[in-house]
Design a protein around this ligand. Structure first.
Ligand SMILES: [Zn+2]
Length: 259
């Protein structure tokens, strides 16, 4: 998330002075897509992002929102990079990103090989932030990593499983939710943190109805009160201790790796 906002382009044929795509506009569900190139509502990727909305809402127990999420799609990495440098100077290089301001939810991305995964990730942030504006950083990223997987994979992130299992075998990692809770700046999130954040979310959504409910209730409470009881405390109430939670997550990684 960034503090700055970019002006939203009006419909037209040429890029605006700020360089936002404005060659085509498609509106579908909550999404308003602005692209450098022709794109139709029937495009598989757009249908995929639209149907993902139901998955996010249902799995996380969130209410439906009609707040628009603007997706700005650049035809090339060069166009995209020139825009980012001009509008968000100093922002670390990324293939895509999500920006929430007081008045808008926006995703910016270059059209490249991993566009589907990138858009699923960033659009998930949009669907969540449309109803829960303040989410702990690790949870925000864990949820986006979960939904970035293609629909048929039920949120299973093989790369993360292999990474975490490798660290377990080396003896260099143990799940630690309290450490994740201390992260506040996106720059603090390492690959290890992304993988672990994904893992806690997958564990809560896939192991027992009670854990899934804890996550859903937490998000519902967070929506009303940004200072609600933190998730680790809620998990400890049912799991007995933080160490029991960590042990259960470790077992979960091992089970997924053995699959
Ligand atoms: Zn993210």
């Amino acid at each position: 998330m960034l503090p700055a906002s970019s002006p939203i382009a009006a419909a037209g044929l040429l890029p605006t002075r700020s360089g936002l795509p404005r060659g085509a506009e498609v509106v579908t569900g909550q999404l308003v897509i602005h692209a450098d190139f022709p794109l139709t509502e029937q495009h598989r990727l757009i249908r995929d992002l639209e149907s993902m909305r139901t998955d996010v809402i249902q799995d996380l127990g969130l209410p439906i929102s009609d707040e628009p999420i603007h997706l700005y799609l650049f035809e090339s990495a060069d166009r995209y990079e020139a825009f980012v440098v001009g509008q968000f100077p100093g922002f670390p290089a990324r293939r895509a990103f999500f920006v929430e301001t007081d008045t808008s939810l926006s995703v910016y991305a270059a059209w490249q090989d991993r566009i589907a995964e990138d858009l699923r990730h960033e659009t998930t942030h949009g669907y969540v932030h449309a109803v829960v504006p303040t989410v702990p950083l690790w949870l925000d990223e864990g949820i986006a990593e979960y939904f970035e997987r293609p629909r048929g994979e039920s949120g299973t992130h093989r790369e993360h499983v292999a990474h975490l299992n490798g660290r377990l075998l080396e003896g260099t990692w143990r799940p630690n939710l309290e450490t994740l809770e201390t992260l506040v700046e996106p720059g603090e999130m390492s690959q290890d943190h992304y993988a672990e954040a994904w893992c806690w979310v997958h564990w809560m959504l896939h192991t027992t109805p009670t854990r899934r409910k804890i996550l859903q209730t937490y998000l519902a409470d967070l929506r009303r009160d940004g200072k609600t009881v933190p998730l680790p405390l809620r998990l400890v109430r049912t799991e007995g201790s933080m160490s029991a939670c960590s042990g259960a997550v470790k077992t979960h990684v091992e089970a997924l790796a053995a699959d």
